[in-house]
Design a protein around this ligand. Structure first.
Ligand code: FES
Length: 101
């Protein structure tokens, strides 16, 4: 599995999320208290981009029906979501953020 650059640490402030596409895979990349995480960007409930949602306390709230996922584990926690969202390991090299796709 190749490691692909998805941005730099300076692209994301604490509490922010951004959407990127790598190797055809849409990802949401998060900065939670200075740690970086990535999930698939499409909600498991219907079609909405998690990168358009709201980050709070290590959770992402989907913008469409307010389903909530744990950013670190991808676990579906509340709202209409039942299926977990896939997570991706983020590695930091210098200022670069990499994910394994
Ligand atoms: Fe995300 Fe419905 S599309 S909660």
């Amino acid at each position: 599995m190749p490691w692909c650059k998805i941005g730099t640490k300076s692209d994301l402030s604490d509490g922010e999320v951004m959407g990127v596409e790598v190797e055809g895979v849409p990802l949401a990349v998060y900065n939670v208290d200075g740690e970086f995480f990535a999930t698939h960007n499409i909600c498991t409930h219907a079609f909405a981009l998690l990168s358009d949602g709201y980050v709070e306390d290590g959770k992402i709230e989907c913008p469409l029906h307010q389903g909530i996922f744990d950013i670190r584990t991808g676990k579906a926690e509340s709202g209409p979501v039942e299926d977990d969202v896939r997570t991706f390991t983020v590695r930091i090299e210098g200022d670069d953020l990499l994910v394994e796709i």
